[in-house]
Structures are given as structure tokens and as C-alpha cells.
Design a binder for this molecule. Structure first.
Ligand SMILES: NC(=O)c1ccc[n+]([C@@H]2O[C@H](COP(=O)([O-])OP(=O)(O)OC[C@H]3O[C@@H](n4cnc5c(N)ncnc54)[C@H](O)[C@@H]3O)[C@@H](O)[C@H]2O)c1
Ligand SMILES: O=C(O)C[C@H](O)C(=O)O
Length: 308
């Protein structure tokens, strides 16, 4: 199993580290345009192999895509991150060109590759990759919901004063400060609905904190987060590499599912060796359906700024 990560910045390197530590891939190639950076990060990570006990071979490349040839999965983390006070949508001008070029080069060298899009605004970048590469829809997956759900579970555990591992829950919708739809109605602590333990007001606070999870960290760090994003991407890569048939909320191209068409947005999906193998349609209540509709309108508004 060969994994390529384009963009050896904060998220790309974090993802490479988690993939290596989980020890399921034979090879990880990091590629970046900055001279020597991908090679340096790959070497630094390789020097953790004996310390962390993994056999994954990490190499780096300065913009030489021949080194990525034959990749099974490729992650796109190239592009600029936001600064405090910015929205993800403001990154479209620079990132669209980068994501379009990177995805086309990846496919040129790995025609069977499954692409995971991370660069922001992620739902719109995923849609752009669908529109410009025309790969089958199962082979282009946007990562956002897995991260947002991890933040949601963290916020619930904080409210319940319990370990995050006690909590289950999911965030669907767009990966944006206003577009996320945290499904508080379905969240549980060891299969007991969290609505049994938390007031509506506290759950609303949990939802609001979840939606601005990325912005909160950006304000604290001066740039956007990387540990949880890297871990979330590595989870998707592993589900595909190990054919796990695991369910994650992913940004998928919708063709009628959830009453939506012609956009990529976060919905529950099963990931396995063929990439995004199935979109799972769960029953939403009226309020959730309305939030999903509003979220889709926001994503479409950003998509309308794309030039193909
Ligand atoms: N979807 C998500 O949940 C999520 C989470 C975190 C970050 N992000 C996004 O991921 C992107 C990367 O974030 P980061 O914090 O790692 O940024 P970063 O600046 O640390 O790293 C980005 C890297 O991309 C490289 N790059 C730029 N253009 C390139 C090109 N054409 N080819 C190859 N490499 C190129 C840069 O040299 C840099 O090393 C941002 O757009 C950010 O908003 C998304
Ligand atoms: O917040 C950001 O801009 C980066 C990323 O989308 C995140 O949610 O951490």
C-alpha cells in the first residue's frame, strides 16, 4: 500500500506521522514545492521508526511526481491555511489553482489512485476535483466531517465530564463555521442519548463550540490546527488501505441523496478498498433537514466562485 501526501506542511506531516505510527502502509511519499522540506520531514519521521516501532518507509520529494507513481491513496493538503479572523472560504482564490494542478499531476502518475481532499474550502475543493478530473465518484473523498465529529465528541465529553471514548456522535453538512450540522439528537454516551444528561441549552453550546472548532484553534495558534486534522485523515486512509468498511462523515458528490444534487457536502459514508463505497442515508428530523439545506446553499454559493 503506497500513500502519497502532497503538501508537507503542518497537516500533511501530521498525517504522515499518524499513518506511519499505525504501521499499515508499506510506503508514504511526502511531496511539496518548497525545496528540501518534504525530504527533510520524511527523514526526520524515518528517524522515529525505531523509537515508535513502525516499518513504513517514508520518503520526500520536491515537486517530482514520478516518485508518487503507483500510489493507491493520495492526500491533498497543499495550499494555504487561514489566519485568525478569516473564513475557510476566503482561501478559494489561491487554493483552487493548487488543488486543480496537484490532482491532475497525481492522476497522471497514479491512474488508479483514490484521492482524499483536505485543502480548504474543503467541500468546494472536493467538488472542483470531481469536476476537473472526472474520476469515478467513489475515488474522490473530502475530509472534514471526521475531524468535526472528533471535536463534537470532545465537546460533549467536556460537558459530561467523561472520557471522550465514552461518547459517540457525528457532524454532517459543510465543513464551515456556519454550515456544520452536529447531530446532538443522535449522540450517545455508551448508547444512552446525551439528551438524557444535558439540557437543550448546554447542547446548543456544544454545537456552537463544535462549529467554530477550527476558528477557535486558529485564533489560539495563529494558523489552523494540524494534530486532529492529521489524525482524522489517517483514519480515512487506513479505512481504505485496510478495507475496513468503516463509516465516517465525508464530503461526497451527491446525486439526489438527502434531497441534494451537484455538490460535495458531508454525509455518512462507508470507506473501504474502493474508496467511498456507499453513502448512508439516515433519517433526519425537520430541523436537521432544514439545517442541511441551508448548509448546502452555503456550499453552492462558494462553488459558484469556481472557474473551471
Ligand atoms: N479539511 C480539513 O479538515 C482541514 C483541516 C486542517 C487544515 N486544512 C487545510 O489544509 C491546508 C493545509 O494546511 P496546513 O496547516 O498544513 O498548511 P501549511 O502551510 O502548513 O502547509 C501547506 C503546504 O502546502 C505546500 N504547497 C503549496 N502549494 C503547493 C503545490 N502546488 N504543490 C505541493 N505543495 C504545495 C506548501 O509549501 C506548504 O508546505 C489548508 O488549506 C488548510 O486550510 C483542512
Ligand atoms: O479551521 C481551519 O481553517 C482548518 C480546518 O478546516 C479545521 O477545521 O481545523
Amino acid at each position: 500500500m503506497k500513500v502519497t501526501i502532497v503538501g508537507a506542511g503542518a497537516v500533511g506531516a501530521s498525517c504522515a506521522e499518524y499513518v506511519a505510527i499505525k504501521n499499515f502502509a508499506s510506503e508514504v511519499v511526502l511531496l511539496d514545492i518548497k525545496e528540501g522540506v518534504a525530504e527533510g520531514k520524511a527523514m526526520d519521521l524515518m528517524q522515529t521508526a525505531t523509537l515508535n516501532g513502525f516499518d513504513t518507509k517514508l520518503t520526500g520529494s520536491t515537486n517530482d511526481y514520478s516518485k508518487t507513481a503507483g500510489s493507491d491513496v493520495a492526500v491533498i493538503t497543499s495550499g494555504i491555511p487561514r489566519k485568525p479572523g478569516m473564513t475557510r472560504e476566503e482561501l478559494i482564490g489561491i487554493n483552487a489553482g493548487i488543488v486543480k494542478e496537484v490532482s491532475s499531476k497525481l492522476i497522471e502518475h497514479s491512474p488508479d489512485v483514490i484521492l482524499i481532499v483536505v485543502s480548504n474550502p474543503m467541500d468546494t475543493m472536493t467538488y472542483l476535483v470531481h469536476k476537473t478530473t472526472k474520476l469515478p465518484k467513489n475515488r474522490i473523498i473530502g475530509m472534514g466531517g471526521a475531524l468535526d465529529s472528533a471535536r463534537f465528541k470532545y465537546r460533549i465529553s467536556e460537558a459530561l465530564e467523561c472520557p471522550p471514548s465514552d461518547v459517540d456522535g457525528m457532524v454532517i453538512g459543510g465543513h464551515s463555521d456556519t454550515g456544520m450540522v452536529p447531530l446532538t439528537r443522535l449522540a450517545t454516551r455508551n448508547s444512552v442519548p446525551v439528551t438524557k444528561f444535558l439540557s437543550e441549552e448546554r447542547l446548543n453550546q456544544v454545537s456552537e463550540d463544535t462549529k467554530v472548532g477550527g476558528a477557535t484553534l486558529t485564533k489560539l495558534l495563529g494558523t489552523s490546527a494540524w494534530y486532529a486534522p492529521g489524525a482524522a485523515v489517517s483514519g480515512l486512509v487506513q479505512a481504505i488501505a485496510c478495507d475496513q468498511k468503516k463509516m465516517f462523515p465525508c464530503s461526497a458528490l451527491l446525486e439526489g441523496e438527502y434531497g441534494l444534487n451537484d455538490l460535495c457536502i458531508g454525509v455518512p459514508a462507508i470507506l473501504g478498498k474502493d474508496g467511498l463505497e456507499e453513502i448512508v442515508e439516515i433519517e433526519l428530523d425537520e430541523a436537521e433537514k432544514n439545517k442541511m439545506k441551508e448548509s448546502a446553499e452555503g456550499v453552492k454559493k462558494t462553488n459558484s466562485l469556481l472557474e473551471f
